[in-house]
Write a protein that binds this ligand. Structure first.
Ligand code: GRF
Length: 197
């Protein structure tokens, strides 16, 4: 499996995927890392590991990305802190599944700053979700989720850190299921072949 990672920021989820591919936990190759932010730490991390890493102008991102995806023969796109909303046209034209990791238990708290949303709502539990991307933001079928407690004295930073540790665990796991061909999507419901019922 050849993965294209789209990232806009610090790239800790990219790092988790690179490590998983490096240790052989994930039998896949990160073929290219693309960013809409020139200064993204994610691009630096990718280059340091010898991966192809490209900044694409945000205005022309999708057109350029489609061409790169074709040239790199990517089978899967992983969004990892990618802050642009992909258009329906792109999602259809790219021809490969797109995964995203989101720091809440979707469908609770979609969109921006979900950790802050969870705190403001007074939720006792939040979490992390890996899902397929469809044309609505943070909406597609759920592949993997894990709950994370919200403590009384949490602030946005402490909750984000606790959730992030779980993102780093479940994202490589979900991508591994894809690489193993075990992800069966039936409408909104996803079955993982070989997993306990
Ligand atoms: C993560 O919390 C991810 O779920 C969200 O943005 C953050 C990106 O972190 N979409 P990083 O760039 O992977 O470190």
């Amino acid at each position: 499996m050849r993965i294209a990672v789209f990232a806009s920021g610090r790239g800790s989820n990219l790092r988790a995927l690179m490590e998983a591919a490096g240790t052989g936990y994930l039998k896949a190759e990160i073929a290219v890392v693309l960013s809409d932010v020139q200064s993204a730490r994610a691009l630096e991390r990718a280059s340091q590991q010898g991966l192809a890493a490209r900044f694409l102008e945000p205005e022309a991102f999708e057109v350029a990305a489609l061409e790169i995806l074709r040239n790199t023969a990517a089978d899967l796109i992983c969004l990892a802190g990618f802050m642009c909303i992909l258009s329906g046209d792109f999602i259809q034209q790219c021809g490969v599944p797109i995964l995203n990791v989101h720091p809440s238990l979707l469908p609770a708290f979609p969109g921006l700053r979900p950790q802050r949303q969870a705190l403001e709502h007074g939720a006792r539990v939040s979490g992390a979700t890996v899902h397929l991307v469809d044309e609505r933001v943070d909406h597609g079928p759920v592949i993997a989720q894990t709950p994370v407690p919200v403590f009384q004295d949490d602030d946005e930073e402490s909750l984000s850190e606790r959730i992030l540790r779980q993102e780093h665990r479940i994202y490589p796991m979900a991508v591994r299921w894809f690489a193993e061909g075990r992800v069966l999507v039936e409408g909104r419901r996803v079955r993982i072949a070989g997993a306990p019922a």
